[in-house]
Design a protein around this ligand. Structure first.
Ligand SMILES: Cc1ncc(COP(=O)(O)O)c(C=O)c1O
Length: 384
């Protein structure tokens, strides 16, 4: 499958997790959309965009177990987290509950927003080794009468762990909390049914594990919250006289949710229009079997490296999918040096992450990876 992707053949690419990688067929589909757009930008953006985006959303909704009316496209998960965090009416003393495993940029979003509102962002420690069964109790034990929001990743960034988000959302809902799930790594990596997750808002990337072009992500909101979400950029959807059948719906969309969040000024909408091509690519290539093969390869690397160094995996096999954080005997202060050596001297692109004083090779295995790629990692002198 490697030749279906545009990846540099001289690099052992084991970092799908950071920015994804897009198959040729999907990039070609995006380029066809761009060509069509440029034939008449006014026709495409001004008169057809809402309908084209609605079609793409319908395909995505069917793939993700959601209603198309509850989805809008956004450029990336970070934007989605910001949009929601900035929309919530946090009061001084309110608490946002999150975990110690969150992605740095989103963690920074909450820290900053809370500071601006006089609210408190509380990170609950999730100790390693990871015990999935303890997560709900740990977080719910930290809820106080001032807790308003629960924010957690579906799959964590540096540690690659799957959190029990459906159970967390149910428990938080029972306590009256607003739930926001950061699904940056989930779509395409694990089976996902958004309606079953039950979050108030779920943001996810299509440009990582779904293999869509960069800039393709979505925000899914329960109907009762859609009106309260404020776009990060105020644009035409908020202007007077652009609702209903004003003629603006051909590019702004038909619902207030769509009109407010979708049109943010002129931009390239083709990453979103190529999402159906990405879904089609994975369907044509039997993705459930591809995922299972990738997981098995990642498990081989985990077993090989941890056994060699006498280290213990941080989680059970079912707690991660195509991405796994493999502990390595390297002080956190030398993590970046290890990453650099692996790339500069061995042409292996893999991130080296740190968390709670431990260092990990965060391995991603995607459909284009082979047993040879894993063997090269295992044989790399800095990891021997
Ligand atoms: C858990 C998590 N959330 C959010 C993001 C940000 O994704 P994006 O850069 O597409 O906004 C990442 C990126 O790796 C991530 O790992």
């Amino acid at each position: 499958m490697r030749d279906q992707f545009l990846l540099d053949p001289t690099v052992t690419f084991l970092n799908h997790g950071s920015f994804g990688a897009c198959p040729r067929a999907v990039i070609d589909a995006q380029r066809r959309w761009q060509d069509e757009l440029e034939r008449n930008p006014v026709e495409f953006l001004g008169r057809r965009s809402a309908a084209l985006l609605a079609e793409a959303r319908a395909v995505l909704a069917a793939e993700l177990g959601a209603q198309a009316a509850d989805l809008v496209f956004i450029p990336n998960a970070t934007t989605g987290v910001n949009l929601v965090a900035r929309s919530l009416p946090l009061e001084p003393g309110d608490e946002v509950l999150t975990t110690s495993l969150e992605y740095g940029a989103c963690d920074a979003t909450w820290q900053r927003l809370c500071a601006q509102h006089g609210a408190v962002c509380r990170r609950v420690e999730i100790p390693l080794p990871y015990r999935r069964g303890e997560v709900v109790d740990r977080l719910m034990a930290a809820v106080t009468p001032r807790t308003r929001v629960l924010f957690v990743s579906h799959i964590t960034s540096t540690t690659a762990l799957t959190l029990p988000v459906a159970e967390l959302c149910a428990a938080a809902r029972a306590r009256g909390l607003f739930t926001l799930i950061d699904g940056a790594h989930a779509p395409g990596q694990i089976p996902l049914a958004l309606d079953a997750v039950g979050a108030d808002v779920y943001v996810g990337n299509c440009h990582k594990w779904l293999c869509a072009p960069k800039g393709a992500a979505f925000l899914h909101a329960r109907p009762e919250h859609q009106d309260a979400l404020e776009a990060t950029v105020i644009s035409w959807g908020y202007a007077e006289g652009t609702g209903g059948h004003s003629g603006f719906e051909a590019y702004l969309g038909s619902t207030p949710f769509e009109r407010h969040l979708q049109w943010q000024g002129t931009r390239d909408i083709t990453p979103w229009l190529a999402v159906p091509a990405a879904i089609d690519f994975q369907r044509r290539h039997g993705w459930p079997a591809v995922r299972a093969r990738c997981h098995a390869l990642a498990a081989r690397a985990l077993e090989g490296l941890t056994t060699r160094h006498g280290l213990t995996p941080i989680a059970e096999d079912g707690d991660w999918a195509q991405m796994v954080a493999i502990p390595v005997p390297v002080p956190p202060g030398q993590a970046e040096a290890l990453r650099r050596t692996l790339f500069d001297e061995h042409r292996i692109e893999v991130p080296v992450t740190t968390h709670a004083g431990q260092t990990f090779v965060r391995l991603s295995v995607q459909g284009y990876n082979t047993a040879d790629d894993i063997a090269r990692l295992l044989d790399a002198p800095p990891l021997r």
